[in-house]
Design a protein around this ligand. Structure first.
Ligand SMILES: CC(C)(COP(=O)(O)OP(=O)(O)OC[C@H]1O[C@@H](n2cnc3c(N)ncnc32)[C@H](O)[C@@H]1OP(=O)(O)O)[C@@H](O)C(=O)NCCC(=O)NCCS
Length: 150
């Protein structure tokens, strides 16, 4: 039984790279490479966050600010055996708070049309589907474009 109050959300550090990469590998068919993860850390250190539980990295979220005031959530994932325990919610809540603090007026993201867990998470947090992007993913799957005003 995971005690959610023991999960700490903090900024990514370079020592977390292998753990985050492992979560990428188990979560996505076309995972980000380590160099890209390091690039996002350099570019957006305060919006690349990890969830830590008992000194283990069990999830992460990456966002960037575009056009000065638009947040873009690039990736969010939780280690398989830790899913459905509130960690994705903690990560999403913290990234939304930080994007707002950075003066973002809205935030958007893309999600596979088949990704029911993620779609449910975004809807729960007030994201609204604004459209569909045909063949957005390398394997040809479409994406929903979700947006939320902050
Ligand atoms: C999407 C993801 C990050 C959610 O993380 P999580 O820690 O399991 O999420 P939480 O436990 O905080 O769940 C919050 C809400 O998400 C939704 N949700 C999460 N998992 C779900 C599932 N398997 N089926 C349906 N809804 C689900 C529910 O609305 C849930 O609220 P509830 O518990 O009150 O019903 C996780 O499933 C994951 O890592 N998926 C693989 C990577 C991925 O697809 N990322 C999104 C890319 S766009």
């Amino acid at each position: 039984m995971l005690q959610i109050y023991k999960v700490k959300i903090r900024e990514f550090e370079e020592k977390d790279l292998n753990d985050v990469y492992e979560i990428e590998l188990e979560s996505f068919p076309n995972p980000y490479g380590k160099n890209l993860l390091l690039y996002y850390h350099k570019e957006s250190p305060d919006t690349f966050l990890v969830a830590e539980f008992l000194k283990r990295v069990v999830g992460y979220v990456i966002a960037v600010v575009e056009y000065g005031d638009v947040g873009h959530i690039l990736s969010i994932a939780v280690k398989k055996e830790f899913r459905r325990r509130g960690i994705g919610s903690l990560l999403l809540e913290e990234i939304l708070k930080r994007l707002k603090r950075k003066n973002c007026k809205s935030v958007y993201l893309e999600v596979r049309v088949s990704n029911i867990p993620a779609i449910s998470l975004y809807k729960k947090y007030g994201f609204i589907c604004k459209g569909i992007i045909r063949k957005y993913y390398l394997d040809g799957e479409d994406a929903f474009l979700f947006k939320k005003d902050l």
